[in-house]
Design a protein around this ligand. Sequence first.
Ligand SMILES: C[S@@+](CC[C@H](N)C(=O)[O-])C[C@H]1O[C@@H](n2cnc3c(N)ncnc32)[C@H](O)[C@@H]1O
Length: 319
Amino acid sequence: MKNQPIANQFSPDEHIVLFHGSCLDLLKQIPEHSIQLIITSPPYNIGKEYEKKLKLNDYVNQQAEVIKECERVLTDKGSICWQVGNYVDNGSIIPLDAVLHPVFSDLNLVMRNRIIWYFEHGLHCSRRFSGRYETIIWYTRKVKDYVFNLDPVRVPQKYPAKKYFKGPKAGQYSCNPLGKNPGDVWDIPNVKSNHIEKTEHPCQFPVELIERLVLSMTNRDDWIFDPFVGTGTSIIAALRHGRRGAGAEIIKKYVDLAASRIQKAIKGTLKTRPMYKPKYDPDVSRNKLAIPPWKEINQTLPDQLVIFDKNSEPTNENN
Ligand SMILES: C[S@@+](CC[C@H](N)C(=O)[O-])C[C@H]1O[C@@H](n2cnc3c(N)ncnc32)[C@H](O)[C@@H]1O
């Protein structure tokens, strides 16, 4: 990957393309059936600095224009992964995967998974439960042989030492030694203030989330394309695994940020949270702040045996 230049226009001969401008303009440069994986998190129409809040119908039509172009450039065995949350209108939430699904199915694409990406940090709601998941809707064409490589993304088994206890395989290990299928609920920390990958962008992908999609849905040298590339995360995940990456971003400061992160990734100096690193658990780490103050006081007392006098009823001081 050393010394790979970052091109600003698409050509199938390039390895890295970072386009400053609208994704529709970059898509026009991409030949049909040439991209193996399209992965993106579009603006959610919630009034972030990079979007003008539109009526839901207009938003869906705008997305449909991009999705239609993405379908044109998708290879026969390729995948489209659209990562979305909720559109919020006057306190009412509308899940964007539900409203965008008809756009994909009208293009004859088939949903293969609706992945729940669960995370622990975000806004605290006071009139409803705080939102702690978003979804990745994954589509392919109507073919049986779409690319899906499970082995590179298997996760450790819960009981790897478990054996068959009867039958012809009795005594042999019953688990796949390569690990198990990660399932469709992914517990991956989102990029908030203490995350090692945090930049000034308000909603970055964690690199490890995209690495799992890249490894399972593409092969070496394939193209990965992100129409709303932000800080370049999808390109970084692609390059890390010997794939090619392309993306568009309309805001100049994010294009510059993406270019700088990509350069660091090429040099091997970009700090990212490794795939499969266990999540930080304040209890397991014995973080003092995780102990409620009242428990801390109790913990300093010696263990006591509570001996009841069988002739007297226990009293409840609150009565
Ligand atoms: C949700 S963010 C994506 C962040 C990205 N996943 C990352 O890891 O950094 C959406 C991005 O799309 C950009 N954007 C909005 N409309 C665009 C368009 N028409 N073409 C290209 N980029 C666009 C926004 O500026 C924003 O940075």
